[in-house]
Design a protein around this ligand. Structure first.
Ligand code: GUN
Ligand code: ZN
Length: 440
């Protein structure tokens, strides 16, 4: 056998489809003792531990995590790269929070050296939390997106990155123009979109900070590059929505602003999407637009309670993804994010089962991005893996000691009490990242 073969042994869990709710075990496959076989950055096989001698061969490297959970690396579908020092900023709701904390922090990313240093921290922190892919907003400066893409390329991660476009209603040092936003994004696409594992996202910040001319220019860019994701914010906060109505009185509603400029469709990720009208829900459904649920952010900024089951299962079902929204969000951990999603849904009288949550963090989010080779562990998929120790803290070990040993119960404990402390190791393209906890 050729060397370069990596074996990762443990309790392998991967999803086949969206679960309908707790107990829907046909939605996933689970190996109590499994081996993920990786070569050339991809999974080539997943077998039972009993087949070790068949898949091992000469030169294969074994990483034995027997007893620990092995899942696809988590995917974060909405995070702000220049907000790692905005996280945990006190006392404001969205528009004041942007003015007081966010725009000043993002202005520093005009310095490429600063952005480069921050990019290292950002990817370190994602990996420490088991997140191997993220859909990222840069600052308004093209150099911030370039710094993050270059760092991601160096690390071998798959990142989706946009230069944030904003040409009004913010301080001058975080503004571009309709033309420069178009041209800088086009330059990024030419240099980076599809280079290795990196992709570029068309990123108007939100309707308040873009002129009609800028939205028009980005819509035209989206038509030129139909394979690029588009990301923006939609109906997060009531004052925000009222402002959009004042700025675009001729449009039917907030979503219609984006739709008018060609920014709505199956490649579009709408952050938050909390306060939606029936018309907006119907159009999101018909167009295949994704609503991105950011529970820690929605609670922290006091924005509102996302209607998960209403959107997922209504007459006009809407695609849903899950995300941290750092730095409005308060945790880099997708586990902690799922815990808050559960609580938001409790307040709405809805239930989020552990398997629905883990599906969302992995395959569900990959499907929202249109990336079938991410978020699952199966031949052909990228070998991006997270190894989780469910009993990493005394409180979790103590809780699980009284458990039934049932997988779904363990997953629920993991999402409710979990954090970076449960992330034992991470593999990116089949390569262990050496988080310092690996014993191998
Ligand atoms: N809406 C426009 N920009 C932002 C941002 O940076 N964070 C959040 N949470 N909402 C926004
Ligand atoms: Zn956001």
């Amino acid at each position: 056998r050729p060397s370069g073969r990596t074996l990762v042994r443990g309790r392998v869990l991967t999803f086949k489809r969206r679960p309908h709710g707790a107990g829907d075990s046909a939605a996933y496959s689970y190996f109590e003792d499994g081996i993920v076989v990786a070569e050339g950055g991809r999974v080539v096989d997943v077998v039972d531990g009993g087949e070790m001698s068949r898949v091992a061969g000469e030169g294969a490297i074994l990483h034995d995590f027997s007893g620990k959970l092995i899942l696809p690396g988590f995917i974060d579908t909405h995070i702000h790269f220049p907000q790692t020092q905005v996280i945990a900023s006190y006392g404001e709701q969205l528009l004041e929070w942007l003015t007081k904390y966010t725009f000043p922090a993002e202005s520093r990313y005009g310095d490429p050296a600063f952005a480069g240093v921050q990019a290292r921290f950002f990817i370190d922190e994602l990996l420490r939390n088991g997140t191997t892919t993220a859909v990222c907003y840069g600052s308004v400066h093209k150099g911030s997106a370039e710094a993050l893409l270059a760092e991601s390329e160096r690390r071998g991660t798959a990142m989706f990155v946009g230069k944030t476009a904003m040409d009004r209603n913010a301080p001058p040092d975080v503004l571009d123009t309709a033309q420069s936003a178009h041209d800088d994004t086009a330059t990024l696409i030419a240099a980076w979109h599809g280079r290795g594992r990196q992709k570029v996202v068309i990123t108007p910040r939100f309707a308040i900070t873009s002129t009609p001319e800028q939205l028009e220019a980005l819509g035209s860019l989206a038509r030129d590059h139909p394979d690029c994701l588009i990301q923006t914010h939609l109906s997060e906060n009531l004052e925000e929505i009222a402002t959009v109505r004042r700025l675009f009185p001729e449009r039917a509603d907030y979503l219609d602003v984006y739709e008018h400029y060609g920014l709505v469709g199956p490649k579009s990720l709408m952050g938050h999407a909390i306060h939606l009208t029936p018309r907006e829900i119907q159009r999101m459904s018909e167009s295949g637009t994704v609503a991105v649920f950011c529970p820690t952010s929605n609670l922290f900024i006091g924005s509102g309670l996302f209607d998960y089951k209403g959107l997922e299962g209504g007459t006009h079902p809407v695609r849903i993804a899950l995300a941290t929204d750092i730095g409005g969000g308060t945790s880099y951990s997708m586990l902690a994010t799922a815990a808050e999603a559960y609580k938001v849904m409790q307040l709405r009288g809805q239930k989020l089962s552990a398997i629905e949550a883990f599906h969302l963090m992995t395959r569900g989010n990959a499907e929202a991005l249109g990336e079938p080779d991410l978020g699952r562990i199966a031949p052909g998929a990228h070998a991006d893996l997270v190894v989780l120790d469910s009993a990493a803290t005394p409180a979790m070990a103590h809780r699980l000691a009284a458990g039934s040993g049932d997988l779904e119960e363990e997953l629920f404990v993991l999402m409710t009490l979990g954090s970076d402390r449960n992330v034992h190791e991470v593999f990116v393209g089949g390569r262990p990242q050496g988080l310092g906890k690996a014993v191998s």
